[in-house]
Write a protein that binds this ligand. Structure first.
Ligand code: NAD
Length: 246
């Protein structure tokens, strides 16, 4: 498959290695640091699918330009999802395909499913206080992480006592109906997410720890293989529904 890399930073480079290992050809690399910012049929060099790992402010414009050029896209950038409708409208109007996920690691998908089951069981017992802690490298610009937000949304769906999530503790005691999401930014870590279930007599933790960025890249390249030639807007979950049938 012919691939374009939109964003040639830490993730773009790892995606390139994984894509080449899997026999794909990288025909375009678009990144201002390479003096290429324009996305057009000419600059995409015949790419069938683009993999987009850039910065939140430019992701929607990039998706729109890729759709206009008739190229399917895998969007890994986080922090832009409040504009998902706008991006989806461009993709649907062009009849191209998009897969987006705040975390393309297949291990994280498994973790999110386990967290949902844990929350459902904790909710039945009604004894555990549930919270989230996410840790990432100190250069990450958005917080909480996109994955922590996805995780929080899943937990709120399952926990009858929680109505919303917050990244900020209030003045005074925390509100029991709020699921608190704590963030740490330290060093060069690849990222971890912990769901803590704090009970009266014990504590249970579910932890996902990324060891390298290659896990995200492998998931993104798998998504590129899956989206090629499809029309519409999909999440990684839609793709994995073909694998996890429960
Ligand atoms: P990075 O800072 O190393 O790379 C971002 C790159 O985007 C830079 O090289 C920058 O020059 C480039 N860029 C900026 N504007 C651009 C534009 N208009 N067109 C093309 N390129 C542009 O960051 P990173 O670690 O590679 O992460 C990129 C994004 O991916 C972040 O939003 C991060 O949170 C997210 N991320 C997602 C996953 C996932 O699985 N979904 C995993 C890791 C990181």
């Amino acid at each position: 498959m012919k691939l374009a890399l939109v964003g040639y930073g830490k993730m773009g480079r790892v995606v390139e290695n994984v894509a080449m290992e899997r026999g794909h050809e990288v025909v375009a690399r678009i990144d201002p640091t390479l003096d290429t910012r324009d996305i057009s049929v000419a600059t995409l060099g015949g790419a069938e699918v683009a993999i987009e790992f850039t910065v939140p402010d430019v992701a929607v414009d990039n998706v729109t330009a890729l759709a206009a050029a008739g190229v399917d896209v895998v969007v890994g950038t986080t922090g832009w999802h409040e504009r998902l409708d706008e991006a989806a409208a461009s993709v649907n109007a062009a009849g191209t395909g998009m897969v987006h996920a705040t975390n393309f690691s297949l291990g994280v998908s498994l973790f999110l499913r386990l967290a949902r089951m844990a929350a459902r069981m904790a909710d039945a017992l009604n004894e555990y206080d549930v919270h989230i802690l996410e840790t990432h490298h100190r250069h990450k610009v958005d917080h909480p992480s996109g994955t922590a937000i996805t995780l929080a949304d899943i937990l709120i769906e399952e926990l009858t006592g929680k109505e919303s999530w917050s990244a900020t503790l209030p003045d005074g005691a925390p509100h029991p109906q709020v699921l608190y999401v704590a963030s740490e930014r330290v060093g060069e870590t690849a990222g971890s997410h912990v769901v803590g279930l704090e009970g009266p007599d014990d504590r249970i933790e579910l932890r996902h720890e990324a060891r390298t960025r290659a896990g995200f890249a492998r998931g993104a390249v798998t998504a590129a293989e899956w989206i090629r030639g499809k029309s519409g807007v999909f999440t990684l979950d839609d793709m994995l529904a073909e694998t996890f049938t429960y």
